[in-house]
Ligand binder design. Structure first.
Ligand code: NAI
Ligand code: MG
Length: 332
């Protein structure tokens, strides 16, 4: 029973960081079948479509995806590949661990925090229910009980594996649709015996930058989660360090938080650590906690030895960092 993993490098630095992550993964020699798939702007330029039905079938035939990044084509009619995949495979939870790495300090110079942002990934402001008129445009914000309940369950499951402390982030004082989200999350947390509190999103933005050590698991709606998780990546230090997972009931998708990095693409200097830590989250999802811990330890050793890309102040290339981490894994 080999796991089938779709490998989607995508565009730009996705083509540099994913091979590095695969090199590290390969060291373990696990029973994994890799299924390479081309999607994104490169494909769009060649074929006029960034993802087709056949690609979706291939994705669905796999257990999960390791994904780099794709450039958003300049065409206003372009339908987002990521939104398509998330919807089609119903991956409703976006999970971003925010954890410092040894020897790296982010914008506030601290390393005493360790929390996870769990973002609802299918509704909220990203419903795609929109209307455009000459002088006004509308976007409908969707908050359903089912959507809120399943994201709350995911967050509670993660909280129970950690410190059993959930923070529900919302703006229900202004957005009345958030009462559904807040109340549902509270009910689920109560029924699961998970300690919980709630925060308004604006206060939360301030608090995460000031008291990040207070938080364990943070659950929120789509847009708030998008913003808070990018902001939180600044606590860690570089976009090149931030991994993420998109998880549904059956399927999962692992990708670095960063995009295709057009300003550095092709130079061989992209930091592969975000991609490697995303691969580590994939190992955890597969139940390979031991291998996941080894990857994390190897990443820490590589940074401690100052084998880093320019975003962390080093002079190493993507390939050198990937190889150093793979070698540490081999030695452990
Ligand atoms: P970006 O994340 O690609 O780049 C932002 C800045 O961070 C750039 O200066 C870049 O050089 C730097 N950076 C990003 N990843 C890095 C890494 N691994 N190592 C070192 N430096 C790194 O975001 P940007 O420029 O806003 O978007 C570029 C393209 O990527 C756009 O077409 C955008 O739509 C797409 N994008 C795709 C995403 C995805 O596929 N999930 C996510 C975000 C953006
Ligand atoms: Mg984002």
């Amino acid at each position: 029973e080999k796991m089938r993993v779709a490998i989607v490098e995508g565009d730009g630095i996705g083509r540099e960081v994913i091979p590095a992550a695969v090199e590290v993964l390969d060291v373990f020699g696990l029973p994994i079948e890799k299924v390479p798939l081309e999607l994104g702007y490169g494909k769009w330029e060649k074929c006029g479509i960034a993802i087709d039905d056949n690609d979706l079938d291939v994705l669905k035939s796999c257990d999960c995806v390791l994904f780099g990044a794709i450039t958003t084509p300049p065409d206003p009619n372009y339908k987002s590949v990521l939104l398509t995949i998330r919807k089609e495979l119903d991956m409703y939870a976006n999970i971003r661990p925010i954890k410092p790495l040894p020897g790296v300090t982010g914008v506030i110079g601290r390393s005493d925090f360790d929390f996870v942002i769990v973002r609802e990934n299918t509704e909220g402001m990203y419903s795609s229910i929109e209307e455009f008129h000459e002088d006004v445009s509308y976007t409908k914000r969707v908050v359903s009980r089912k959507g809120s309940e399943r994201i709350a369950r995911t967050a509670c499951k993660i909280a129970k594996e950690r410190h059993n402390d959930l923070t529900i982030v919302h703006k229900s004082n202004v957005l009345k649709s958030d009462n559904m989200f807040l109340n549902t999350c509270r009910e689920v947390a109560e029924s699961e015996n998970v300690g919980h509190r709630d925060m308004l999103v604006d206060a939360m933005a301030y608090s995460l930058m000031t008291y990040p050590e207070r938080y364990d698991v943070v659950v929120t709606t789509n847009l708030f989660g998008d913003i808070l998780s990018d902001m939180s990546a600044a606590l860690v230090g570089s976009l090149g360090l931030a991994p993420s997972a998109n998880i549904g009931d059956k399927y999962a998708f692992f990708e670095p938080v960063h995009g295709s990095g057009p300003d550095i693409a092709g130079k061989g200097i992209a930091n592969p650590i975000a991609a490697i830590l995303s691969m580590k989250m994939m190992l955890e999802w597969m139940g390979r906690q031991k291998e996941a811990d080894i990857v994390e330890e190897a990443v820490g050793r590589c940074i401690t030895e100052n084998i880093t890309t320019p975003d962390l102040g080093g002079a190493a290339s993507t390939i050198e960092v990937g190889r150093a981490i793979a070698n540490h894994v081999r030695e452990m």
